[in-house]
Design a protein around this ligand. Structure first.
Ligand code: ADP
Length: 483
């Protein structure tokens, strides 16, 4: 079976969040099931610089009005189609925003081009390889099911659209519609029309053969206005075509036994190396060498991630003898709040601003617990790394956090099943209670160690998830075969 994955970012070429990790890991995880997955990505400068040798697959003299070339390359075990179109992708700045953090004004065209080229591949653009099924990610691939629907192969080529975060929807003025090259009929309630605008995610969710999201709980949550961000009605109509599949982690990149950033942590019997990592972490953050628990945060500093709750809790953490180490950047107000907490509590609260992959490994390896009080979290990856490294996750009961962490309540502790602490409601009160439970459990050394060991043996691989994607693809392709 041949599947084309359509992604606006893919690890290790270009990453701004969890989507890149999924797009990078899934093709490798699917290979044992006999699925050949290729990935089409925009040719951002970082992508073109990293891929090395390429083969030109096709000239595209008029890709939504722009001259482009489609290249093929192999990199880090991935088979990639790269759209080389300087007018659309040769920019300073990130994949979506310029150097000042503003969305590129032609993002509608940059990602319509991605979807258009993907569907052209389904229609035979590469004489040597054509996908049986198209799998797009997020609003950037939202037009894939639409272009497919109106193309020659549409009736017998299934499409899957995965929602990694429904908060980002790709909504643009109706004025762009004529330039998309879709028939007028597509500007309708059962197409891309969305409150008089053009909605890429909305159109994709309307027309994809199947919809997935990155955890079963998030799949339920987006049926509700609080999480559905205006699309809950549409999701409700398509609920029978919706499935939640939890992400795995790249267990070669996140392997405490071989992690070169840290002393090896993985020792199922004794967790021996954690002490050395903890010391290294204290030194790196200038924290005092005291006995209380070290809580860490590795995150975008945003309201979604509940960072205001962490700032509010800092004084209490210190009063109870704990310490707090934070790595991240984001909202200036939250950055200032974090900085103020660190200034109030030197040696107890410390923050490193910025993005630092090696340091994020040391934090998972050396901190006692990782705080993830997200208000919503489609899947979340940092709790999975925490499990693997024995850094006990303290998480809000939402989305993928609810699906991957087993709360240390009395029954779970007695059964030896607990892997972390979950709390609800996700507010100051709920979070405060969770922290008090964490302190109590941490004092009971045997109980804490048992949680760490259970956490470290939890399955956080891609195996289950890849199997679920494989069987979804098979179901859809069998549907084509039925007349
Ligand atoms: P989201 O995609 O919503 O940001 P996820 O938990 O799904 O959240 O993925 C975040 C990814 O980015 C994880 O791999 C995490 O380790 C990483 N990350 C977040 N902030 C930083 C940072 N400041 N430095 C290094 N890695 C970070």
């Amino acid at each position: 079976m041949k599947v084309l994955s359509v992604a606006s970012e893919v690890f290790p070429l270009v990453k701004t969040g969890g989507l890149a990790d999924v797009a990078g890991a899934l093709p490798l995880a699917l290979a044992p099931s006999g699925i050949s997955m290729r990935t089409i990505v925009p040719g951002y400068p970082v992508v073109l610089a990293k891929i090395g040798t390429t083969r030109q697959v096709a000239e595209l003299p008029d890709l939504l009005g722009r001259p482009a070339r489609l290249l093929f390359a192999e990199h880090a075990g991935l088979e990639l189609y790269v759209i080389d179109c300087a007018e659309l992708y040769d920019r300073e700045g990130g994949p979506y925003v310029d150097t000042e953090g503003k969305d590129y004004i032609d993002n509608w065209q940059r990602f319509a081009a991605l979807a258009r080229a993907a569907v052209d591949l389904a229609n035979g653009l590469d004489p040597d390889w054509a996908p049986d099924l198209l799998h797009g990610h997020d609003w950037q691939a939202g037009l894939v099911p639409l272009y497919l629907k109106y193309s020659e192969v549409g009736p017998h080529t299934p499409s899957v659209l995965t929602i990694h975060n429904i908060a980002f929807q790709g909504q643009f003025s109706a004025q762009i519609f004529p330039a998309l090259g879709l028939p007028p009929a597509a500007f309708a309630v059962d197409g891309v029309e969305y409150y008089g605008d053009v909605g890429y995610l909305k159109g994709g969710l309307r027309t994809a053969w199947a919809i997935t999201t990155v955890s079963p709980t998030y799949a339920e949550e987006i049926l509700e206005p609080q999480f559905g961000m205006g699309l809950e009605g549409l999701i409700g109509e398509r609920v029978h075509d919706l499935i939640g599949i939890v992400n795995g982690i790249d267990d070669a990149v996140w392997n405490p036994a071989t992690d070169s950033q840290i002393a090896a942590t993985y020792d199922a019997k004794r967790l021996a190396a954690r002490a050395a990592n903890r010391e290294a972490l204290e030194k790196r953050f200038g924290l005092a060498a005291t006995d209380g628990p070290i809580f860490c945060v590795v995150s975008r500093l945003t309201w979604q991630k509940g960072i205001d709750l962490v700032i509010d809790a800092a004084d209490e953490i210190v009063r109870h003898g704990g310490k707090l180490a934070v790595l991240g950047s984001g909202d200036p107000v939250l950055e200032a709040g974090m900085r103020a907490a660190a200034e109030r509590h030197p040696g107890r609260v410390a923050i490193v601003f910025g993005y630092d992959e090696p340091l994020s490994h040391l934090m998972q390896a050396g901190a006692d617990a990782i705080l993830i009080p997200s208000r919503f979290e489609p899947c979340g990856l940092t709790q999975l790394y925490g499990l693997r490294y024995g850094c006990v996750p303290v998480v809000g009961r939402t989305g993928g956090l609810a699906d991957t962490i087993i709360d240390a309540n009395g029954a779970a502790l007695a059964a030896g099943a607990a892997t972390g602490i979950q709390f609800s409601p996700i507010d100051r009160h709920g979070f405060g209670q969770a922290l008090r439970r964490a302190f109590r459990l941490f004092e009971d050394k045997a109980a804490w160690r048992r949680i760490q060991k259970t956490a470290m043996s939890a399955d956080v691989s891609w195996q289950t998830g890849a199997g679920q994607y494989a069987s979804l693809y098979k179901t859809l392709i069998n549907r084509v075969a039925v007349p």
